[in-house]
Design a protein around this ligand. Structure first.
Ligand code: SF4
Length: 340
């Protein structure tokens, strides 16, 4: 029988299993410190555990993160890693250097069933959800790739897939990633980006109240949004916005708006967008579109982006324009896809 993978276990589950196997409770915390905090998944090298204990642990679980099959980097230091899964499928995960910190862009599904029309991941269709271990494994792999770095790392769930369609595994992964004996990542440094699956969104806000939410909006009205994002026909925009108005969070909600030339980038649409967000503590991230082969959209020119932004600023909104990094290696927002 295949051994369970250590990266699938929460600390509580590991404590229970190790207790049943005759270990004292603190050993589970030691395992978490080695496997996550020190990013060392080789029990034979763990000096503070007895040799008998190390041997027993080595035999109980499968240990290594999933392997890296390929890597592409650009001149700015963005690195996109191709990761092989146990069943032969592949995903992409991205390391992005920023001013004073690094961002890990993580995937939650192989492909995506939601087929947003501007998104390369959506174009590849849906293969399956990632397990909690496969999500956690990306973080360990990106940490290894980053090397010694004591500064802040932000996690953003903006890679392949819609995180809230895979809520159970996402929540379990978050529990593992935030464990104080493990990576101890503060929820304040984690952003879950979603199209807005209302039921799971409410669960996420209840289970992890300090996690940041980014809503992928991309249109100033329900009709255009439904055209660009078919999911919006079922998950109504009015209900989503009413949710954000009613449930005031400590952090502002980020609204992501991919700017598509001639589709959603007119100043009149910016005015509609400002009206739509009225009453919500919001920040708008404008993302000039990153072209992907086979998709029928163009990036607006800089003047159009600036004009759109100026309208939102004039209406009192906080706006950041994200000229996505990693475009030349197709690792920018909406570009991740594995077709083989
Ligand atoms: S934008 Fe997000 S939700 Fe839409 S198809 Fe792409 S990965 Fe899926």
């Amino acid at each position: 029988m295949a051994k369970p993978w250590i990266l699938e276990r929460t600390l509580e589950e590991l404590k229970n299993e190790l207790r049943a196997a005759g270990f004292r409770d603190f050993v589970a915390c030691q395992v978490f410190r080695w496997a996550y905090h020190k990013n060392n998944q080789d029990p034979s090298s763990w000096s503070n555990i007895s040799s008998v204990g190390r041997e027993k642990l080595a035999g109980m679980y499968e240990w290594p993160p999933r392997p890296v099959l390929g890597m592409q980097g650009d001149a700015q230091g963005t690195r996109k890693l191709l990761v092989g899964l146990a069943d032969g499928l592949k995903i992409e995960t991205v390391l992005i250097p920023e001013k004073g910190h690094h961002t890990f862009c993580l995937s939650t599904q192989v492909g995506c069933p939601l087929a947003c029309r501007f998104c390369a991941t959506g174009a590849m269709g849906f293969r399956r959800h990632l397990s909690a271990g496969e999500i956690v494994s990306q973080v360990l792999t990106l940490k290894k790739e980053l090397g010694p770095f004591a500064g802040q790392v932000n996690l953003v769930f903006m890679g392949m897939g819609e995180p809230l369609l895979n809520y159970g595994n996402l929540a379990r992964a978050l529990e593992i990633l935030c464990a104080t004996d493990g990576l101890n990542i503060s929820p304040r440094h984690i952003t879950v980006s979603t199209v807005g699956i209302l039921q799971s969104l409410a669960r996420l806000e209840r289970d992890f109240p300090r996690i940041r939410i980014a809503l992928s909006l991309n249109a100033p009205d329900a009709a255009l949004r439904a055209e660009l994002m078919p999911v919006s026909r079922h998950e109504g925009l009015d209900l989503l916005l009413a949710h954000f108005r009613a449930h005031k969070r400590r952090q502002r909600v980020t609204f992501e708006y991919v700017l598509l030339a001639g589709v959603n980038d007119a100043p009149a649409q910016a005015r509609r967008l400002a009206r739509l967000l009225h009453g919500i503590p919001a920040k708008v991230n404008l993302i000039p579109y990153n072209a992907s082969p086979g998709l029928p959209f163009q990036r607006p020119d800089r003047a159009a982006v600036e004009a759109f932004r100026a309208v939102l600023l004039e209406k009192g909104l906080t706006v950041v324009t994200r000229w996505s990094k990693g475009q030349e290696i197709a690792s920018a927002c909406g570009q991740l896809a594995v077709f083989s």
